[in-house]
Every structure is written in C-alpha cells, then in structure tokens.
Design a protein around this ligand. Structure first.
Ligand code: PLP
Length: 397
C-alpha cells in the first residue's frame, strides 16, 4: 500500500484558523468591543427572488410524476448551457452549448481539470493568488513556478519569455488583489501560451464585477484564446451561490494537444467521474440570466460596489496605497507604517475593531499588504471604513 506522499508537501493552511483564533482572543479580552469582519470572501446578500422562485418551482415539479428528474446530463441541462451561451453572446463571445460544462462550482473544476494533464507539466502560478491553485498541483506532484507581482506591475504578472510553463493560471479580476487584465495584456498571455504549447486556466469567478471599458471579462474576448485556454466560472459571486453550489467550465471544441481534443476528454471525464448538478440548483442558476434575474443581481452587485467605494474613499482620505475595488469586490492595500501583514492585522483589530485578511496568506509577494472585502453589510462597512480611516490617520499624529 502506498499513499500519495505529495499530501505531506502541502503547507499547512492556518490563515483563516489563525484569524479566527486571534479574533476570538481579542473578543474574550474586550467583550464590549464590536468587531466588524471585512475578511472573508463569502457573499452576504440573499439569493435573488427570481432564483428562489425558480428553485421553488423546480422542487414542486420534482414532487410530481411528470416533473420528476433523476440523473441528469453530467455536463448540465441544455436550458442552463443555453442560458450561459446567451450570457456570453450578449458580450460578443460566441460559444457552442457543448463547449459549456455545468459544475458544482469553480473550486472543484479547478482541481478536476488537472486530471487531463500529465504530472510532468510545469505550472505557472501568480503570486499572490487564490491558494487552491498551488495546493491542487502540489498534491498531484507538479512542478510549480511563480509569477511574482507587486505594485510595480500593478499586481498583474506579464509573461516572461525566459520562463517555460505548460499550464498557466490567470485569475482576473484577481483574488486577493482585485487587479484585472485588459484585452491587450491577455493577448500577450495568449501569444505566450501558443508559443509554449501551453494551456491557460482562466479563472473568471469575479468577471461580473468588471465594469471598465477595455478590461476583459472572458479570455475568449481575446483572439486566439480558443486555441489555448479553458475558462472556469462560478455563480458564487455573481448570484450568491456560495452555499447553493453551481459553476461552469468552458472548453473550446478546437482545443487540442498531442492530437487529443480537450473538450472530448473533459466530457469523458465528467460523464465518468461526476453525476451532475441538481436539477433544482440548475433551474435557479438559469433564472440568473433572465431579464428579471439579471436586474436583481445587478442590484446586489451594486450594493457590493457601493461598499467597495466606501472603503476606497476612507483609504483615499488617509493616503493609503491600494488597488482593486473598482472592478472587484476586493481592496488590496499596502499596510501603513511599513507594518507586515500580520502586524497590521493585529493593529487594525486592536485600533479599529476591524478584521481583514493578511496579504501574506495568499503568497510571499502579499507580505506587507492586506485584503478587505466589500461583501459585507453596508452599514457595518460604513462604520468599519470610518474606524479604519480614523485609526490610520492617528498613526501620523
Ligand atoms: N476562484 C476564485 C478566484 C475564488 O476566489 C473562489 C472563491 O472564493 C473560487 C474560485 C471558488 O468558487 P466556487 O464557489 O464556484 O467554488
């Protein structure tokens, strides 16, 4: 019997455990202080009414002989694949329905898609970024190289011709930095991928926050991407499906390597190892793309956008450098007073009663930075922003 020893190579992830311990200790010592959490990446707005109604209708249908649904198509029901296709077509991206695979969320597909690729491949991961990319590859035993980012490159890594990679992760808008690529920048990645025979795994989980002209919401807005990219997306952030669970992965038909069609391979993989997303959930997800659903969802996104503006406004008032917040629910700030990420975490908790996420938890290049999220309650965010501003201003007194 041999175990997958690569699991021993995983770095223990204490980030949110550590945060919870520190907050619990603080609250125990100061029971009178109200702590506001702007740390986690989970959403807080309830599901849209049209989503709820669509799921309720689907539940009722399931209770009838005529409307009962058992095992569904592993790759998703046509009604949802068509709805996703329409969502992309509305932005000028033409997809075929059979290029869209419905999943139970981006996180699982980000891990599962790696099963199509040999473990001998080298993987390029931006630093800092959503931590699962690294862990998914560590457990498979792939070699990882990092693309460092900093204020100098706006926390957007660009291709380095000296670095050879076979699998390239792009997360745009990025978690945690909120930085988002424009089409010209993505074109450079597409050209690099083609030159290296590489595949881009494009994580578009936060695409719905992009509102600026020129920034990309899908890699397929870029010429040539259909020959080198897979896009993974989610209903989690656009429609609050973090608990409901639904996402989708787009694998272009023409994407081939070593004479193998990645679309066909992924279909084979899904039909073998996955049994589909619940009918009820897919009905709810399809309602997101109805005119009524879209209007309700935009209202929720605008709510988060206003929160981001409130936080950004407070940071502007005290002259703190930050990025994100415009096309992203995340605000990525440089810790004032040259504090490192954890020192600032403790300082902010002590002086403002606000919880954020230390940037170093997302990669070494995140040291000295800090993530705040706009996913919270508006009134609490307003109070937190005031407290952050007052605390930081008091530093220079
Ligand atoms: N990708 C990124 C960049 C994320 O930040 C997250 C969740 O926070 C996910 C994927 C996970 O998405 P899902 O809820 O669809 O699994």
């Amino acid at each position: 019997m041999k175990m997958n020893q690569h699991y021993n190579e995983l770095k223990a992830s204490y980030l949110f455990v550590d945060i919870n311990h520190r907050v619990a200790a603080f609250q125990k010592a100061h029971p009178e202080r109200e702590v506001i959490r702007l740390g986690i990446g989970d959403v807080t707005r309830p599901l849209a009414g049209s989503v709820v109604r669509a799921m309720q209708d689907a539940v009722a249908e399931m209770g009838t002989a005529a409307g009962f649904h058992g095992y569904g198509p592993e790759q998703g029901y046509d009604f949802l694949r068509e709805a996703v296709r329409g969502y992309y077509a509305g932005r000028g991206v033409a997809l075929e329905a059979d290029e869209i695979f419905i999943s139970d969320g981006a996180k699982s597909d980000l891990a599962n898609i790696l099963g199509l690729f040999s473990e001998d491949n080298t993987v390029l991961v931006p630093d800092p970024v959503y931590p699962t990319y690294v862990d998914d590859n560590v457990t498979d035993g792939r070699r990882i190289v990092y693309a460092p980012t900093s204020e100098a490159n706006g926390f957007l890594a660009m291709p380095d011709p000296a670095v050879k990679a076979d699998i390239i992760y792009i997360c745009s808008p990025n978690n945690p930095t909120g930085a988002a690529y424009d089409r010209a920048q993505l074109k450079q990645w597409v050209d690099y991928a083609k030159a290296n025979d590489a595949i881009i795994l494009y994580d578009a989980a936060y695409e719905c926050f992009v509102s600026e002209e020129g920034l990309a919401r899908s890699i397929f807005e870029v010429e040539g991407a259909r020959d080198c990219a897979i896009e993974l997306c989610s209903f989690s952030k656009i429609a609050g499906f973090t608990g409901t669970r639904c996402g989708y992965t787009i694998v272009p038909r023409q994407l081939e390597r070593e004479g193998m069609s990645l679309n066909k391979l992924w279909l084979r993989r899904q039909t073998t190892k996955f049994n589909g997303v619940p009918y009820i959930v897919q009905r709810g997800a399809a309602a997101v793309f109805t005119p009524e659903g879209m209007a309700e969802i935009q209202a929720n996104l605008d709510y988060y956008r206003r929160n981001a503006k409130v936080i950004a406004g407070a940071l502007n008032e005290c002259g703190v450098w930050y990025c994100g917040g415009h096309n992203s629910p995340y605000i990525w700030l440089r810790c004032p007073g040259n504090m490192d990420s954890w020192t600032f975490f403790d300082w902010l908790l002590e002086n403002a009663g606000v919880v954020g996420t230390p940037g170093v938890g997302f990669g070494p290049c995140g040291e000295g930075y800090f993530r705040l999220t706009a996913f919270g309650d508006a009134e609490k965010t307003r109070i937190a922003a005031q407290r952050i501003r007052d605390a930081i201003l008091s530093l220079s007194k």
